[in-house]
Design a binder for this molecule. Structure first.
Ligand code: NAD
Length: 296
């Protein structure tokens, strides 16, 4: 049993922390949201009054926060200086590689270890402990993290040095956003021409247009149970978070002078959808944005 602090108990952090609890680890959680704290307590978790109270004297600190800004504001030099020497920080939010590298350097100077370990697999993957972890950092730090990552995920990849986990995750989400938009477009076109969305989905799933969005995260309401589309697009991966990830992809494309024209279009769609008041909805709700544009 290891003493672990878990900071950020939202849509992903809550089920991830619960899976560590199920593996008999001693977890103290913290979140700024009272609702998130209450949900974690309801599941049997202990919480602390502040992030530092949760992290002091812990062997492992796991963070699952919205963006790089939140991570940089929490994991400051002073904060890390208050951790036990040798503490392993597993930073699992999706953030810019530069912040991941900077925090890893701070951790090293304070005799701690830090890996960037963003995840893929959505809230269902977090609940079922089937997440894919995409790790950046040293092999040694990854080996230390393995016993915890395997409580929360099924596939653990070493992408390269510090920041490589984040860069890989950004590429994945760039592609995911494009696949979700394409899938939505195909489903809208088919249903507008009289096709049954369930039959259409079943056929494409066994044809050359198959992809993850269609197979496990169908955006059309009523086609698939247990996905955000079946519950008014709540409780999944927020439009605002996808917009953030596409912003990271655009920053990376500018830095490397590599064009991502489809990514730019996806960014504009998600940003506009968010500005129309839909930022908290799941990203599969983009099907409504496309439909809405059609009807105008
Ligand atoms: P979320 O908004 O549901 O949860 C984030 C939590 O962090 C919130 O409860 C918020 O109150 C808390 N928080 C913010 N600042 C804090 C601070 N300083 N101290 C403590 N708590 C703080 O977001 P999520 O969907 O759980 O996503 C978390 C991260 O995982 C994001 O970076 C996202 O891009 C990434 N991600 C999400 C999914 C998904 O399907 N939701 C999938 C893969 C990766």
């Amino acid at each position: 049993m290891q003493k672990i602090a878990f900071i950020g108990l939202g849509n992903m952090g809550n089920p991830m922390a619960i899976n560590l609890l199920k593996n008999s680890h001693d977890i103290i959680g913290f979140d700024l949201s009272k609702e998130a704290i209450a949900n974690f307590k309801k599941a049997g978790g202990k919480t602390a009054a502040t992030a530092l109270d949760a992290c002091r004297d812990r062997e492992v600190v796991i963070t699952m926060l919205p963006s790089g800004k939140h991570v940089a504001e929490l994991l400051t030099d002073e904060f890390i200086g208050n951790l036990k020497p040798g503490t392993l920080i597993i930073e699992s939010s999706t953030i810019d590689p530069a912040t991941a590298k900077a925090v890893a350097t701070l951790a090293k100077t304070r005799n701690c270890f830090m890996i960037d370990a963003p995840v893929s697999g959505g809230t269902a993957g977090a609940q079922n402990a089937t997440l894919t972890f995409i790790v950046g950092g040293t092999q040694d730090a990854l080996q230390k993290a393995m016993p915890y990552l395997t409580c929360m995920g099924k596939n653990i990849f070493h992408a390269g040095p510090s920041g490589a986990g984040q860069m890989t995750k950004i590429c994945n989400n760039l592609l995911l956003s494009i696949l979700m938009i394409g899938t939505s477009e195909a489903l809208n076109l088919g249903t507008a021409n009289g096709l049954d969305p369930k039959v259409l989905s079943e056929i494409i799933q066994k044809s050359s247009g198959r992809n993850w969005a269609l197979e496990v995260y169908n955006p059309y309401p009523g086609v698939m149970e247990g996905v955000p589309a079946s519950r008014e697009y709540t409780g999944g991966f927020a439009v605002d978070l996808m917009t953030k990830d596409l912003g990271l992809a655009m920053e990376a494309s500018l830095a490397a002078k590599t064009a991502i024209p489809m990514g730019n279009i996806a960014f504009n769609f998600y940003k506009t959808w968010s500005e129309e008041g839909n930022g908290k909805l799941d990203f599969s709700s983009i099907i409504r944005f496309l439909d809405h544009k059609e009807s105008n």
